[in-house]
Design a protein around this ligand. Structure first.
Ligand code: ADP
Length: 382
């Protein structure tokens, strides 16, 4: 497009130049004729004297015979632009023929065309690679979130397969014989109860995370006391802890008025206590404290278990992440309830963050693991 406009402009300029030159020539011819007196001589003189670079002017009579100058025609093998201009002198009609070699113009245009031949494919290649890079960049987050979604689905269904398989085989097995003792039925129902509990827990956890992901989990903001939530939670886990003679000790606790969701904060603490008890040695001890440091409440849950391997510390808050095979005991006796799906800490941290706080692992070594929850305290303690 640019090329065509440019070429046209060059040709127009040439035409204007030839026209101007012919006009100047005809003026000169009139003047010369006055001096020379004789027409043919005046014509030859003018052709001799008025010369333009690259432009040849010839004078033809009405029968197109050349009277003076070189006739228009191809002087070499390049193109020539010819413009004819009629003139009238002393009642006789003549034609001035200006022929201009367009070799230079063609040369420039050819050079531009050659440039285009190289530049256009280059531009196309640049545009194509640039475009595909841009597309790749903008699509990358989508692909990543798609990958996360895919992994989440795969993990979730994987986690639910075990309890559903237990439910199915257990019920099939129990019903496969017509008569069973009450003891057999009870044993089987206990297994199914465990599996159902585990399934319910996974579904509840997933539901909570899904709602929170979608921004639909808005914690209630009610006036609660965190120390009361701690009391309730430690009481709730006591039975489980007793089974393994783990002592859950509620140590130093301050009065902690707070605006938040009692159920969710309770769940956060329960998840931490569950883990602490699960990883404590039999007869071990779990310490829970609640303190206030300036405008922050700090809840610490400390256990004396084996700790979390260095490499796993960043990842324990990820969904479905579990430290491999750290408690084979739970699978062995079928009490699947103690063996979580790797969602507990993800949920606990999310709850803390929903309340403008956080959950961190502050220390973990064999014999001492401490998780700490921070929550914003009101500026003036009530
Ligand atoms: P789960 O519900 O399976 O316990 P969590 O998200 O609560 O999953 O924990 C993730 C992983 O972190 C678990 O596999 C567990 O091994 C490890 N973990 C959590 N708390 C402790 C702890 N107090 N001591 C040792 N390991 C822990």
């Amino acid at each position: 497009m640019c090329y065509l406009v440019f070429a046209q402009a060059l040709h127009d300029r040439t035409d204007r130049f030839i026209n101007d030159a012919l006009t100047a020539f005809s003026h000169e011819l009139v003047a010369e004729r006055r001096v020379a007196g004789e027409m043919d001589e005046a014509m030859r003189n003018t052709v001799e004297e008025v010369r333009f670079r690259d432009l040849h002017i010839a004078i033809l009579d009405s029968a197109s015979r050349v009277i003076a100058g070189e006739p228009p025609g191809d002087s070499a093998n390049h193109t020539i632009r010819v413009i004819m201009k009629p003139v009238e002198l002393q009642g006789r009609k003549f034609v001035l023929a200006g022929s201009f070699s367009t070799a230079d113009i063609e040369d420039v245009l050819a050079r531009i065309r050659r440039m285009f031949i190289v530049a256009i494919p280059l531009l196309v290649i640049c545009a194509a690679t640039g475009g595909s890079l841009l597309a790749k960049r903008s699509i990358e987050p989508v692909e990543r979130s798609y990958e996360l979604q895919r992994r989440f689905m795969a993990d979730a269904s994987h986690e639910m397969r075990t309890p559903t398989a237990i439910l199915r085989t257990e019920s099939d097995l129990t019903l496969s014989r017509e008569h069973r003792s009450e003891g057999e039925y009870r044993a089987s129902m206990t297994v199914m109860q465990d599996a159902t509990r585990r399934l319910t827990r996974i579904v509840d956890d997933l539901f909570l995370l899904a709602r929170s992901d979608a921004g639909h989990l808005r914690p209630r903001r009610e006036s609660i006391y965190i120390e009361e939530v701690l009391h309730d939670a430690t009481s709730a886990v006591r039975a489980v802890a007793d089974r393994r003679s783990v002592h859950v000790a509620l140590g130093q606790v301050v009065e902690a008025p707070f605006e938040g969701d009692e159920d969710l904060i309770g769940r956060l603490i329960l998840n931490l206590l569950d883990n602490a008890i699960k990883h404590s040695p039999d007869g071990g001890r779990v310490d829970v404290t609640l303190s206030r440091v300036e405008n922050t409440y700090e809840i610490a849950v400390v256990d004396g278990g084996g700790g979390i391997p260095e490499a796993a510390r960043e990842r324990i808050f990820e969904r479905f992440f579990r430290v491999e095979d750290d408690h084979p005991r739970s699978e062995a006796n079928g009490s699947a309830d103690t063996n979580g799906a790797g969602l507990g800490l993800a949920i606990a941290r999310r709850i803390a963050q929903l309340h403008d706080g956080d959950l961190r692992l502050v220390e973990s070594r064999p014999g001492r693991t401490e998780f700490r929850v921070t929550l914003p305290a009101p500026r003036t303690s009530a």
